[in-house]
Write a protein that binds this ligand. Structure first.
Ligand code: 9MR
Length: 390
């Protein structure tokens, strides 16, 4: 464990009123030893690993209480990410009241199973505790920066050394007609700090946990529709700018909540991934699922539509050497957020078939599409291993 520098000590001391008292950082051993890999030889993770990829899933903390769920996640995944347990709304519910419990438990589970973890998410406009937006609204830029430092210091500091990649910023681009020329979403962070809040967040993570890859996680950049193409251009231009300014961004995350209402153009997707790769950063698929609302109710027909989309997407993704991780947003159908979202749920009310395992934890045709895509992926292991460590 490193001792805190004077600046860091001062920051932590200043944090006492809002983000809890300074204390010794827990350090990795507090989260238990890293156990042997829990995944089985015919798992998605085993198939992914031979090409240097990692397969993982989002897990809601409360699901770890369900034995068949625990077994499925242990058997299939080499990486986990918390659905909400590491978000500010859960970690800082009240000023001065930190709660790392659910994140700690998920991390302990992952470590015991030899699985790695992503951190999700540090700076987002959503999942802010009630008291934070008003606080940012009345803060000067210096105060807002101080708050950002304390928050990233608290969360990324607490789990320092245990997280492969942190989603430093999440969904920073506006959806719909952007009101700003830079395409940024108007958020409490942007209003308090201006557009430089993004660079700042990456620099802070680098100070707090230099071992975690700083990732920009973004949605709606995968499919073939002009407004997503415009977002791809915004992403590339912004990352070029960040790199030119020396911002320590190491990865870009495509959330990949794919929808059956929009086609996938493999050529455009391939070009986007290649252009990201040429910038020297890693790529992650961070929240993959398949919204089947445009497909018929009949389960066999629906699954054919979903697996076809998956194949088209994964063939391109797995061929790009800069892609490191493929993470689905949960692993079994009953949990998908798509059933609860007003714009995503099926008009016929049927539950979506969005994920690799069905309600009985059986492997669906979608699972097989993942496994086949991983099996046929070109072996970029050496390059991927290098990029993962970069
Ligand atoms: O699936 C998550 C849901 O349980 C939470 O209530 C919600 C707000 O914290 O976030 C959902 O996950 C989102 C993710 O954090 C960012 N991209 C979109 C995901 C689905 O809404």
């Amino acid at each position: 464990m490193r001792s805190a520098s004077p600046t860091r000590r001062a920051l932590l001391a200043g944090a006492a009123s809002l983000i809890g008292a300074p204390r010794a950082l827990a350090g990795a051993p507090a989260f238990g030893p890293v156990g042997p890999p829990s995944w089985v030889p015919d798992s998605l993770q085993a198939a992914a690993a031979r090409a240097g990829l990692t397969y993982g899933a989002e897990v809601p903390h409360y699901r770890l209480a369900l034995a068949p769920y625990r077994r499925a996640v242990a058997r299939e995944c080499g990486m986990l990410v918390c659905g909400t347990a590491m978000k500010m709304v859960e970690v800082l519910p009240r000023p001065g009241g930190e709660d790392f419990g659910a994140g700690d438990e998920t991390l302990r589970f992952a470590r015991a199973n030899g699985q790695r973890m992503r951190g999700h998410t540090l700076i987002w406009h959503d999942a802010l505790p009630d008291w934070v937006s008003p606080l940012l609204a009345r803060s000067s830029a210096a105060q807002a920066e101080d708050f950002m430092r304390r928050w990233i210091g608290a969360a990324a500091g607490h789990w320092r050394g245990c997280i492969e990649a942190w989603d430093v910023v999440n969904e920073v681009l506006a959806i719909g007609e952007p009101r700003r020329p830079d395409g940024l979403r108007e958020t409490p962070w942007l209003r308090a700090l201006g557009p430089d809040y993004i660079d700042l967040a990456f620099r802070i993570l680098r100070e707090v946990d230099p071992g975690a890859a700083g990732t920009w996680n973004e949605d709606a950049v995968e499919q073939d529709v002009p407004w997503m193409e415009a977002r791809r251009t915004l992403v590339l231009r912004r990352i070029e700018g960040m790199l030119a300014r020396g911002v320590p961004i190491r990865r870009f995350g495509l959330q990949s909540h794919l929808t059956s209402t929009i086609p996938i153009d493999q050529g455009r997707l391939r070009r986007f991934l290649a252009e990201l790769g040429q910038l020297g950063i890693g790529i992650e698929i961070t929240e993959l699922d398949f919204d089947d609302r445009a497909f018929p109710a009949d389960i066999a027909a629906r699954d054919r539509g979903v697996t076809d989309m998956a194949r088209r997407f994964l063939d391109v993704v797995c061929a790009e050497p800069a892609v490191l991780n493929v993470v689905t947003w949960d692993i079994w159908d009953p949990d998908t957020w798509l059933n609860d979202h007003p714009n995503r749920k099926r008009p016929d009310g049927l539950p979506q078939r969005a994920l690799p395992l069905d309600a009985e934890f059986r492997r669906k045709s979608l699972w097989h599409a993942f496994r086949d895509a991983f099996r046929h992926a070109p072996d970029h292991k050496a390059r991927r291993d290098r990029l993962r460590r970069a």
